[in-house]
Design a protein around this ligand. Structure first.
Ligand code: NZQ
Ligand code: ZN
Length: 394
């Protein structure tokens, strides 16, 4: 096991009606709040009115900025930064999913950054943001895990780039997760969210680090919980108890715990971000296509890890003398699960043809812009490897 530093301070308020006390919860930390939200689902569901009344009842001033789109845009984040500066906002409340929360984090750090906020995403690990406005969230879709992560992913729509950035300062101060707020999700968004949270576990689970018994079991528990409960919420979207399991799993999948002491991979995420950057597809749908292809391409580099996945996660039974057979059955079962969730299984189903595969491979490894930085850790992926994975996903 590797050394690690685990710090996940986001306070999680979980369960029915918690959003009603958001004003009282923010009051000790805020005077003027930016209420940030997406394209309208919170107005339709009545959540907007609940939140607005609660903030007002607590005596807080409210400035609002809606209109965050899935694959949140840099232009709106820039607008939010200017708004916060002009209005002297001292707190951001994101009400929505990963896109709204990530946009809120971009605004929160952009307010204090002397240059253009996109520079932070470009510099990545070379820069550690220390100061940002505090952010709280009310989650409306369990998926990205941004409610407890220190990460933000933004799309630069002019340059067709989608980059992530992470820093401890970006962890939300508090997040409210009321699974009842998930009842209005359409089936495709339920499925996208499930694929994303599973991928957050896979990115940590598939590792060459050994002596990771505890986190192996934690990963398997989270995946098993999702695999059991996802079909229930898909077929019965008002099933509160099953949503509780999915909502909790989505947060645990990405608050960092299940990856502690292990070398994490993140190849699939970077490969998917190229798809979203050019084709504006849903992140989870892209992951459902990329992940089985990635597994088929890399499993030979760590047969034991993939046998463990097939047996402990996908419930495959068979002869240990035929590890490859077990693995391929495990991958097939994962594809079947995604299919039953209504997720796509090929690039073609996402409406993506072969035209940009080479370009996306070169953008992903950054060789397109100069030096090459291979993706992934379990197996290092150079642009030719990434291209091979896209081709397997066609
Ligand atoms: O915009 P509205 O009208 O609210 O509609 C949204 C949106 O169209 C809708 N929706 C959300 N809650 C709803 C609802 N519709 C009905 N009822 C509800 N209760 O769902 C659509 C998708 O929302 P979005 O926020 O885009 O989904 P998600 O949470 O999956 O976020 C995806 C984004 O998160 C990033 C992804 O790259 C992607 O841009 N990620 C962020 C991470 C992080 N910050 O740690 C990690 C992830 O790996 C991921 O990359
Ligand atoms: Zn993700």
């Amino acid at each position: 096991m590797q050394n690690f530093d685990f710090y996940a301070p986001a306070r999680i308020l979980f369960g029915k009606d918690e959003e009603k006390r958001v004003g009282e919860l923010l009051k000790p930390h805020a005077t003027k709040v930016l209420l940030h939200y997406g394209g309208g689902s919170i107005k339709k569901s009545g959540l907007y009115d609940t939140v607005f009344s609660s903030l007002k009842a607590a005596g807080l001033s409210v400035v609002e900025l809606g209109g965050v789109m899935p694959n949140p845009r840099l232009s709106l984040a820039r607008e939010g930064i200017e708004l916060c500066k002009k209005e002297d906002v001292d707190f951001i409340l994101a009400v929505g999913g990963g896109s709204v929360i990530d946009s809120a984090k971009a605004i929160a750090m952009g307010v204090y950054y002397p240059g253009d906020v996109w520079e932070i995403y470009m510099k990545g690990r070379m820069l550690q943001v220390k100061k940002s406005l505090p952010v709280a969230t009310i989650l409306t879709i369990p998926a990205a895990g941004s409610e407890s992560s220190g990460d933000t992913v933004i799309t630069n729509e002019e340059k067709q780039l989608k980059y992530g950035y992470g820093a401890p300062a970006l962890r939300p101060l508090l997040s409210i997760i009321n699974p009842e707020l998930f009842f209005t999700l359409p089936k495709n968004q339920i499925a996208n969210g499930v694929a994303d949270m599973m991928s957050h576990v896979f990115e940590r689970y598939f590792t060459n680090t050994t002596n990771t018994d505890l986190t192996d079991r934690l990963c398997e528990a989270v995946l098993g919980t999702i695999i059991k409960n996802a079909p229930i919420v898909l077929n019965d979207p008002r099933n509160y108890e099953a949503w509780c399991e999915i909502g909790f799993a989505g947060t645990v999948a990405h608050n960092g715990l299940v990856g502690m002491g292990r070398q994490e991979d993140w190849g699939c995420h970077d490969i998917e971000h190229e798809l979203s950057a050019i084709y504006d597809i849903a992140h989870g749908a892209g992951l459902a296509v990329v992940t089985p292809a990635w597994m088929k391409y890399v499993y030979k580099d760590n047969i034991n890890m993939f046998v463990q996945f097939a047996v402990n996660v996908m419930g495959v039974k068979g002869s240990f003398r035929d590890p490859e057979g077990l693995i391929l059955e495990g991958i097939a079962r994962l594809s079947e699960f995604f299919h039953k969730m209504g997720l796509p299984s090929t690039l073609g189903e996402l409406g993506i043809d072969g035209a940009n595969l080479e370009l996306m491979s070169k953008k992903a490894s950054r060789i397109q812009f100069g030096d090459e930085y291979p993706l992934g850790r379990l197996k290092k992926l150079y642009w030719q490897d990434i291209l091979a994975i896209y081709k397997l996903a066609q």
